[in-house]
Each structure stands twice: as C-alpha cells, then as structure tokens.
Design a protein around this ligand. Sequence first.
Ligand code: FAD
Length: 395
Amino acid sequence: MHFKIIIVGGGSGGISVAARLLREARHLSGQILILDPSGKHYYQPLWTLVGGGAVRREISEREESSVIPEGAVWFQEAVQLFNPEENKVTTSFGKTISYDYLVVAAGIQIDWHKIKGLKEFIGKDGVCSNYSYDYVNSTWESVRNFKGGNAIFTAPNTVVKCGGAPQKIMYLADDFFRKANVRDKAKVMFFSGGAKIFGVEKYAASLNKVIERKEIETRFKHHLIEIRGSEKIAVFEHLDTKQLIEMPYDMIHVVPPMSSPDFIKSSALANTEGWVDVDPYTLQHNRFSNVFGIGDCAGLPTSKTGAAIRKQAPVVAKNLLSIIRSGAVANKYNGYTSCPLVTGYGRLILAEFDYSNEPSETFPFDQGKERWSMYLLKKELLPIMYWNGMLKGLM
Ligand code: FAD
C-alpha cells in the first residue's frame, strides 16, 4: 500500500496540516493518509476550565471521523515503527505502508507510571489531574469537595504540554475556595520541578503578584516522586539536594512527567532527547528531507501548545507543497507560542512569545495584566476558532 503523504497523528497538528494541504492542493485528495488509533479528538485547552468546573468536559470531545478533512483517508491504527530509510511505516495491525512524504504529529506521551503509586490512586480520594479526559472530572470533584487542609498543585521537572497549565488550575481552585468560604482553612501550595514560575520575565512578574495576592506557598525544584494514597502523603525530591520531603495532602492536582512517545524515541527520526529531529524554523527533518514534524512531538525549543501549532501548520503545509513542486523550503516558523494564563474565574493573562523568549503580543494593550476580555477569548472564542478555523485549515 502506498500514499503520497502519511500524517502520523490526527490531533491538533495532524488535522491542521491535512486540512491546509487539501485546501491549497485539492489534487492531493485521496493521497493523504492519517494514521491515528483514537476514535475521539480532543480540544485539550478546555480541560483547565473543566477541572475548575467552568465548562463540561463533553464539549472538549468530538468523534475523530468528524474532524478528518474531506479528501483525507483515515486508518484507525497506531504507527509502531518508522523506517525512514525505505519511506515506510508499520502499524499496530502489522500493515506496512510506504509514502513519498511523512508528517509526524503524534503529540506528547504522558508518563503516569513514572510517579510511584499514581496509577493506583489517580482519580480517587483527592488525587486528580487535568492532563487526561478520563481524569479531568476528578479535578472538579476534588476542588468542589475540598473542606480545608493542604491543597497541593504540582509541576514536574520535564517538558510538559502547555507549561502554564499546572498553575492555572491552582488559581481557579483558590478562587473557588474563597467563594466557598474554605480558603481560610486551606494552605494552597505549588510544588514545581522548575526553578521559577514562568520562563518569560514579563509574565513571571505578573504571576508572582498573583501568587502573593492569593497567599500561595511556592516550592521550586521539588519533583513529585510518589503518591501514598492510603496515607494521603505526597513524596517530593529536591532536585539539587536530593532530600526527600513528605507532604500530607487533602487534595493534590498532579501534572505527570511527559516525554516524546516511545515509538518516536526509539526510531531513526529522534534527536538525542527523543523528539522528532526537525529544523526549528522550516520544521523539516534534519536528516530525512521528505519528513516534517509538528506539534508536541517536534524537537522545538518553545513551549508546546495548540497556539504554537496554529503558526506551525501553515509552515509545514507550504514547505511540503514546495518540495513536492521541487521548490525550496522557504517558509519559517519563529517559535511563536501562547499560554492563556487563567488566574481566576473571569481573569486571564495572555502570554504570547517566540524563540527569543520575548513577548510577541497580538492586542494593542498590556497583555501582562489580568483581563476579563482575555478570559472570554479563551472560554468562548478560541474553541470556535479551533473547531471551525484551525482544523479546517483556515487559520
Ligand atoms: P495531540 O493533539 O495530543 O494529538 C496527538 C495525536 O496523535 C492523538 O490523536 C493521538 O491519538 C495520536 N497518536 C499517538 N500515538 C500515535 C501513534 N503511535 N500512531 C498514530 N497516532 C498516534 N494549548 C494551548 O494552545 N492553549 C492552552 O490553553 C492549552 N491548555 C492546555 C491545558 C491542558 C490541561 C492540556 C492537557 C493541554 C493544553 N494545551 C494548550 C496544549 C495543547 O492541547 C497541545 O499542545 C496540542 O493538543 C498538541 O497537539 P498535537 O497534535 O501535537 O498532539
């Protein structure tokens, strides 16, 4: 079996690229294969608001079949092996399929198993996480049922998707605790494997003020290593001193470690850290010129978000079409990414930046300020733009 283009992964990146390719080159109809084992497609940015009880989780989920662009073929199969030397992939059903061009868009792997006890206790008894459709409702349950004590929010020492998400849910929870009159009985704590609150100075300054105002205790360079669910104890390791710290919790929101998907890590497409080894500007593979990478699985030195993909997809589509026509890969991605930092119900700081780690803002006002309008943008407008614009190859 042969397809001109194979796209591995039908998430935000894979569907955006497929839609763009078909919009710009209609003659590719029937020649683009999307491989994805999932029957569902998720708009994950809403999970922060689901965990905070502001929207229902069901609105973040659609049938995968409903987002496959007309003209693309979808096999509901996972890729197990890449063979880029022979331009072939092998699927979980044992099929070997060849291609002329390959786009890898398989997302990031969530390593739940790397925290001892987490798989056993996640979703139960105050242990929750927004990082999965299956568990996101347990976050709202834990927040709503919290009656006081220690509310712990974690961030791992690995790269994660949407770097701001570990703290957004904490600010929503704090806001809810105040409304429910339990905040004075609570200690809200942020335990992060990172060394500071945010990588871009301007937004870090704003967030530090939010933390001060909300009286949240922060512990940096603390990495969660174990959940002892029956005792309600979380064990952290200090990354420098290696000291172990046992913290009792009444609720704990866990952001698990993440890494490149194993089948990419072990392939010839990976860089030394396991991500798809692409040029950060053209998104073309550094060794296999007929291969591109996009989204969370791509080895790009910027924050992994859907907003970043909105800017990457046109670059991948244009460069791919250009090499099909024997042209140059002239389109460049500048590392743009955006993190809508929810700081409470009706409050949001819209961080936007690029490879320089300097703000690269869209609106003609100071986006470092918490704004109601930006909260509305995230809650109401961005989901519409996603389903009707980005996934249709229109933006
Ligand atoms: P995904 O959309 O995850 O898609 C990957 C696809 O690959 C999946 O469909 C999967 O089934 C498929 N796949 C996996 N393995 C294989 C395989 N072996 N073979 C074939 N297919 C495979 N982004 C923002 O821009 N703003 C936000 O506010 C924001 N908040 C977030 C909050 C949370 C809680 C979370 C979890 C994410 C958030 N994000 C946010 C990040 C955003 O959702 C991701 O960056 C984005 O979805 C990545 O797109 P992707 O295509 O790389 O991966």
